[in-house]
Design a protein around this ligand. Structure first.
Ligand code: HEC
Length: 319
């Protein structure tokens, strides 16, 4: 009711002012008629934009959000998820690639910690080659895992060591087994988790390092854990990273935050393996496009110069 009545009051006022501005513009004794009509249309455009922006701002001020536009991110304020800090990742810049030593360490953290509960279905062993491992290293890791294959000539399924084309093994055979092993909570597949959560790698890092005791007055159900970054505050995953949990082969001290950072970079790569290539192509495209643009400006000027610089004379017939 309030919205309608106030809108009814405000709309005519704005329309009136724009109409009078137009009238002023048209009635003034400016020299150019074209300029007047331009001014008139600009005023109309500006008032219409101001009216639209004003209505949107006023509606959001009254009701909080626009209708039909749902809140879809994981840490919406209404869910009480603490907004993750924005961290200065070394790959943030327009021309920065991933830190590949960090991807390699992150893979180790995933392998030794997270893979006990989380699958990484979309990553095959071959994807690691030339990213974090050499082909021989990746092949050796794949061969440590047994895969089902077949049927063979007798129609039997058989086991064989993994090869580069195989996908990373999942810890559970199916969703039911995963839930049964985690008190009913399903550990999500981590392949695309960085893209699937608002805040991406920032959220992941905050979540992994953000476990604290619940504040006074907050009751956490048996089997759940308090983490302010998780929407709702209580999640099925307990704190998994503790100082010195893994031993990095490159000698980096394995603190909780170091491991959280490395596994976040690794999972960011997993969700966006084209990242480095994308930025490289981006730079090439900008260089190429701006060169082509400059050439086209020159060609345009060159082609039009005869027309732009000509002068037309009227030479009346002489009697
Ligand atoms: C002991 C099993 C276990 C281990 C180990 C584990 N997780 Fe989880 N994780 C879970 C479960 C269970 C959930 C689902 C929690 C829920 O929905 O309440 C979960 C959820 C998550 C989520 C999703 C949170 C969200 O916003 O929905 C992320 C991200 C995650 N884990 C990352 C990791 C990473 C990274 C590691 C390794 C450092 C790891 N987990 C290790 C069991 C585990």
């Amino acid at each position: 009711m309030l919205f309608q009545s106030a809108a009814a009051r405000s709309i005519p006022r704005v329309l009136r002012s724009s109409a009078s501005a137009q009238a002023r513009a048209f009635s003034s004794t400016s020299s150019s008629a074209a300029f007047q009509s331009f001014l008139g249309s600009r005023t109309a455009l500006v008032s219409a934009s101001a009216l639209t922006a004003g209505s949107v701002a006023w509606y959001t001020h009254l009701y909080g959000s626009l209708p039909f536009i749902g809140e879809v991110h994981a840490s919406a304020a209404s869910d009480h998820g603490l907004h993750p800090t924005s961290y200065p990742w070394s790959h943030n810049g327009l021309m920065d690639s991933f830190d590949h030593s960090s991807i390699r360490r992150g893979y180790q953290v995933y392998r030794e910690v997270c893979s006990a509960c989380h699958s990484l279905d979309r990553i095959a062993w071959r994807n690691l080659v030339a990213v974090s491992h050499t082909a021989d290293e990746a092949r050796a890791m794949a061969e440590e895992v047994e895969y089902d294959d077949g049927p063979n000539d007798e129609g039997e399924m058989f086991k064989r060591p993994g090869k580069l084309a195989d996908y990373l093994p999942a810890p559970y055979a199916n969703e039911e087994a995963a839930r049964a092993g985690n008190a009913g909570a399903l550990p999500p597949d981590l392949s695309l988790i960085v893209k699937a959560r608002h805040g991406g790698a920032d959220y992941l890092f905050s979540l992994l390092t953000g476990y604290v005791d619940p504040p006074a007055g907050v009751e956490i159900r048996e089997g759940l854990n308090y983490n302010p970054y998780f929407p709702g505050g209580a999640l099925g995953m307990a704190r998994v990273l503790f100082d010195g949990l893994v031993e990095y082969e490159d000698g980096t001290p394995a603190t909780t935050s170091q491991m959280a950072k490395d596994v976040s970079v690794f999972l960011h790569w997993a969700a966006e393996p084209e990242h480095d290539e994308r930025k490289k192509i981006g730079v090439k495209a900008v260089i190429l496009m701006s060169t082509v643009f400059l050439i086209s400006v020159y060609v345009k000027k060159f082609k039009w110069t005869v027309i732009k610089n000509r002068k037309i004379f009227y030479d009346p017939p002489k009697h």
